[in-house]
Design a protein around this ligand. Sequence first.
Ligand code: PMP
Length: 293
Amino acid sequence: FDQRDGFIWFNGELIPWADAKIHLLTHGLHYASCVFEGCRAYNGEIFKLREHTERLVNSADILGFKIPYSVEEIDDACRAELKAQGLTDGYLRPVAWRGSEGLGVSAQKNKINLAVAAWEWPSYFDPEQRKRGIRLDMAKYRRPSPETAPSHAKASGLYMICTISKHAAEDKGYADAMMLDYRGYVAEATGANIFFVKDGVIHTPVADCFLNGITRKTVITLAEQRGFQLIERHILPEELSTFEECFIVGTAAEVTPVGEIGPHKYTPGAISAALYDDYMAEVRREIRVHASA
Ligand code: PMP
């Protein structure tokens, strides 16, 4: 992956992909002083770019550092990277981190770096699995309380438990894992928010200790536009057997139906399908033709 052709926007310049290197003693690597974004471009336009950039700047602020570029400059960097890669559809990864000017827990004087990479990434999950609904394992780790970790930052450190959980799930043949939160409520998947359907009503956990995803907010608006009833509330794992449909949403995952969480089975249904269609039309700025429910 690091030896591809192409370019990466790196601290203000477009440099060859394979040359985008950092030093071994980078603070971000040792102490996770690193924040990032994941955006998708459709038909040449980066969906909700400004929201992603603002979240990146805010994540850095939560970690106590300031990215040395304005929101406009970061937006321009993303567009320049997409263009340099010759992509109209693809995934973008802006990332900001403390550099290698000193190594210790404290890194007040380390340089803040910013890079943006972009590549083609058609489907986060196997398209066949996606049709049937992906299978989720129950994760061993829980989303930490906002008093334990900066839950609302898209910070690299918070992904340690996600990678452990996703690997454990994959090793057992699952596509991903569902995490509970520190109180034992249903939280989210390792890189996407989660929704359920029961008796025609949509239920989703309150985003009070994990990312209130940009896709989550978009899907909530689309559900409201459809006239679907939607409730944000705390969901207990005991309720998992009572839902009919389940789907996860995120920039990479888009809207992906879930067929199974551990022993619980779901059938990709009408509401998942409607919101998938609406989301894909929204990101592609196509006019949606549907009768409101
Ligand atoms: N939760 C986690 C842990 C994620 O990594 C993501 C992906 N950024 C999301 C939720 C969904 O966020 P978004 O819709 O903004 O991509």
